[in-house]
Structure formats: structure tokens, C-alpha cells
Write a protein that binds this ligand. Structure first.
Ligand SMILES: Nc1ncnc2c1ncn2[C@@H]1O[C@H](COP(=O)(O)OP(=O)(O)OP(=O)(O)O)[C@@H](O)[C@H]1O
Ligand SMILES: [Mg+2]
Length: 458
């Protein structure tokens, strides 16, 4: 039952109800009602007749608005600052999402340590770990991580009161799902609680000019736990990705009110914390194997070109249907590429298991990866290494009729490949690479010997 000051709201249709229902009385959706604190609606006590109670305010032309240029707070972590658009904006809210153990607490502790070392007032609020656990982590981090004041607390009111008293310039709340607003009945991490916690922290942060980094867990499906409304509430949503067992992690902005969402940062988890991988392409190309089933993809991570190795393994299978395993690329995209390879490329893998992996645990979400997947699979299936000794780079989208389609920024991709001596780059027409119009032509360019032999045999 909701308290007098709260109401249950459906996250799907917005229907309000004084009581909790398993099924929304408005739209019929299940488990969508969440408790929210609510001020009485204007005019609820009658007599208002729809007339507004407050006095009218005067809108101001934008040109007359004073907008002082407030310098950003540099976290000292180059990749993080770049993704934020040049550092933290005072008074802004940043939501940092990521799966368990990915390094969210490490990244935020390092940032606060650097800020503290630079003479900024900071505060680390943790509802997840005890102060002793946080200290243990800080001990293995460089810089002033041990100087950061810490508050191990889950009660929202206490946290807000402390923030108000301490007035830090930057605060980390780890995590938004562990704080509890005492006036709501829901458990910590429930939709209503997360929304209330974020809302009240936002209001205080804006009023006091505190930059807040909210840490949030990611659900199994990959979205930030809690309502999507959290993403609307904050100024910037960062996603920390990668696989826990691998060392590489990528940080990208899904939303940024103060910068672009096009950039990605690459980190490596080491004993001393997260280390920026400034030249990720060099690292990935250096590690490329040049064996059958390996190709270098000239990918774009937003506005940044990145060379990554795509690997494939094709092995005969007894399973029906055979296995299709994709790491770092979309599974549906792999199915599409395999279908086109079979129909238009003469590479049939119908009775084989196919595994495709983007090396280093990087995730590539762009159609330009199609050609790399196709070449890696074709090379693995035929057991022939691509190119003559040197790794082959490529990019391009594959259409359903077997054509190669252009993708964004061919010039930047080519320039990045050239930096590492990868020439020629197999790419769609009009991209100034070793151009191919169709998947078949691309296969011929990448494996002249194998396709030649086949042609002769046929
Ligand atoms: N001594 C160490 N050397 C290298 N890596 C370490 C060391 N100690 C911990 N790690 C890495 O740090 C990771 C945990 O980092 P962190 O606690 O920052 O993650 P998190 O995202 O905050 O996790 P959670 O969701 O549990 O809060 C571990 O998965 C491990 O890979
Ligand atoms: Mg943590």
C-alpha cells in the first residue's frame, strides 16, 4: 500500500494508482507499477478551476542569458576526459553503467584520486562495499586515491545531508541501485527507488554545483538496470564494456549533453588499475595472427578509426543445426553474412560450426564489419591465410544480393590502415582502397591463390 505521499505509477503508460497491482489497470502490462513519492497535484483540493496558482514568469531571449564559461574538471584519465567532451562539467550528472566486475569502481576511484591530488574536494559514497574494501582497492591504485574521503552508506537522506555539509566538487555514488529512500517502501534497486534516488541526487547536485558520477549496474540484457527515465534524467550516460576475463575494456558515451557520443576509450585492467590504451590500433594489429581465419577490420568507433582483428574458426559439426558463435559482433549479422557467403560467395558452411571472435574483447556494432566477418570465415573454411604474408585489412557492408556497400568515413579507415602499413585495404567502391563491387570480387582480391585454384579445378 502506498503511503500518503506516494503513488504507484505504471512505467509503460503512466497510469497512477493508490494501490499496487501486479497488472496495470490502465494498459494491462504486468509488473510495471512502481512506487513514487508525489507532491499533491496542483488544484487537488478543489476550487482551482484549472487556473494556475503560481505567478507568471517572464521568458528571456537566449541572447540575453548569461552563460559564464565554467572550466571543466579534468579527471586526469585522458580517455575518460575525452569521452566526457573535455572533462566533468560542474553540477552535471554522469551515469556510468557496466556489468559486474568490469571496473566501474576502479575507474571512478582513480578519477577521484586524481581530482583529489589536483586539489579538488571529492567524496566517494559507496553502498556496495565497506570503507575497508574501498581502501584495499585504493591501495593498488596510483596517485592520491587513498586521500579521497569515503562514506559507506545506503540511506539516501544521510548521503544527501553529507553532500550538503561537505560540498564536494565531485562525488561518486557507487551504486545508484544500493541507496534507499526511507519514505518509499520498495526494496533498494527497485524501479521506484532508483528513480527517486537519482531524482533527489540530481536536484541537490544542480543546486550545489556538484558533479556527480552515478555508478549503475547493467542487466543481463545489457541495459542499465532501473527505468529508462534514469537515462533522461542525467546529462551523460557512459557505458563500460568488455569481458571480465579479458584485459581490454571500452568506454563509450551513449548520451552526452556536453560533448559528442562518437568517441570510445580503450582501457586495459592491470595490477595498478585501469591503464589507457592510447594507440589501440597498434596493439590490436601487433597481436593479429596472420593465420587462416584472421583478418584486420578497419572499424570506426564513432569518430575514431580502430583496427581490430576478426578471427573465425570453421569446423565440421555433427550438430543439427550447427553452432554459430559470435563474440564481439551481432549474432544476427553473422547469420546474414553466412547466408550471403553461401549464396553469392561460393563458401558453404551449412554443416560446420562457425565461431567468430573480435580479438581483445572489443565489441563492434557497425555494418562495416560484415566484410571482415565474411573474409575471416572464407579464409578459415578454405584453410588459406589472406594476403601474401602481411595482414589484410578490410571494411564494408554486405548487401543481401552479394554487393558491397559503402560505409561511413572510408578515408579515415584507410588512413589508419596506412599508418600500420596495411595496404591494400579491401573496401567497397568509391572508397579509394582495393575496390570491390561484390563479395565475390572481394574474396578474389583477398585469396587470389585459393580462388584461382578453385576456378582451375572447376
Ligand atoms: N590486483 C589486481 N590486479 C589486476 N586486476 C585486478 C586486481 N584486483 C582486481 N582486479 C580487477 O578488477 C575487477 C574489479 O573491478 P571493480 O571492483 O572496479 O569492478 P566493478 O565494476 O566496480 O564491479 P562491481 O559491479 O562488483 O562493483 C576485477 O574483475 C578484476 O578483474
Ligand atoms: Mg564496484
Amino acid at each position: 500500500m502506498a503511503r500518503a505521499s506516494s503513488v504507484f505509477v505504471c512505467s509503460a503508460c503512466g497510469t497512477e494508482s493508490a494501490k499496487w497491482h501486479g497488472q496495470c489497470p490502465g494498459c494491462g502490462a504486468w509488473n510495471t507499477l512502481a512506487e513514487e513519492a508525489r507532491a499533491p497535484a496542483p488544484g487537488a483540493r478543489g476550487g482551482g478551476g484549472g487556473r494556475p496558482r503560481a505567478a507568471a514568469a517572464k521568458p528571456v531571449p537566449l541572447a540575453d542569458v548569461r552563460a559564464p564559461r565554467i572550466p571543466r574538471l579534468t579527471t586526469g584519465i585522458g580517455e575518460l576526459d575525452r569521452i566526457l567532451g573535455g572533462g566533468l562539467v560542474p553540477g552535471s550528472l554522469v551515469l556510468l553503467g557496466g556489468s559486474p566486475g568490469i571496473g566501474k569502481s576502479t575507474l571512478t576511484s582513480m578519477a577521484l584520486g586524481n581530482l583529489e591530488g589536483a586539489g579538488r574536494r571529492t567524496l566517494y559514497v559507496s553502498g556496495e562495499e565497506s570503507a575497508a574494501q574501498i581502501r584495499l582497492r585504493a591501495e593498488r591504485l596510483a596517485g592520491a586515491a587513498l586521500q579521497v574521503p569515503v562514506l559507506a552508506e545506503t540511506d539516501l537522506d544521510t548521503v544527501l545531508a553529507t553532500l550538503d555539509a561537505e560540498r564536494p566538487e565531485v562525488c561518486v555514488v557507487d551504486s545508484v541501485q544500493t541507496l534507499v529512500a526511507g519514505d518509499l517502501t520498495g526494496a533498494a534497486g527497485s524501479v521506484g527507488q532508483v528513480r527517486e534516488v537519482a531524482d533527489r541526487i540530481t536536484r541537490l547536485a544542480k543546486a550545489r554545483g556538484i558533479a556527480v558520477l552515478l555508478v549503475g549496474h547493467v542487466t543481463k540484457e545489457g541495459s542499465l538496470a532501473g527505468p529508462r527515465v534514469l537515462e533522461h534524467l542525467v546529462d551523460c550516460v557512459l557505458q563500460f564494456e568488455g569481458e571480465r576475463e579479458r584485459t581490454y575494456r571500452t568506454l563509450r558515451a551513449l548520451k552526452n549533453r556536453f560533448g559528442s557520443t562518437n568517441d570510445v576509450g580503450v582501457f586495459e585492467m592491470k595490477q595498478g588499475g585501469l591503464v589507457e590504451v592510447a594507440d589501440a590500433s597498434a596493439r590490436f594489429v601487433g597481436e593479429a595472427t596472420r593465420a587462416p581465419g584472421s583478418v584486420v577490420l578497419a572499424a570506426m568507433e564513432g569518430s575514431r578509426p580502430l583496427l581490430v582483428e576478426v578471427q573465425a574458426l570453421v569446423s565440421p559439426s555433427e550438430l543439427v543445426p550447427p553452432r554459430r558463435v559470435a563474440n564481439g559482433i551481432d549474432r544476427n549479422r553473422l547469420a546474414l553474412v553466412l547466408a550471403v557467403l553461401g549464396r553469392h560467395g561460393g563458401v558453404a558452411v551449412g554443416s560446420a560450426d562457425v565461431f567468430v571472435n573480435v580479438a581483445g574483447g572489443v565489441r563492434i556494432d557497425e555494418p562495416g564489419a560484415d566484410l571482415a566477418v565474411a573474409l575471416a570465415v572464407a579464409s578459415a573454411q578454405r584453410g588459406v591465410a589472406l594476403g601474401a604474408g602481411a595482414p589484410v585489412a578490410c571494411f564494408g557492408e554486405i548487401g543481401l544480393t552479394g554487393e558491397l556497400r559503402s560505409v561511413a568515413h572510408p578515408d579515415r579507415r584507410l588512413a589508419e590502415a596506412a599508418k600500420f602499413g596495411l595496404r591494400p585495404v579491401i573496401a567497397p567502391r568509391d572508397s579509394a582502397g582495393a575496390e570491390a563491387q561484390t563479395l565475390r570480387q572481394a574474396l578474389r582480391l583477398a585469396m587470389p591463390a585459393a580462388t584461382g585454384r578453385r576456378a582451375k579445378a572447376a
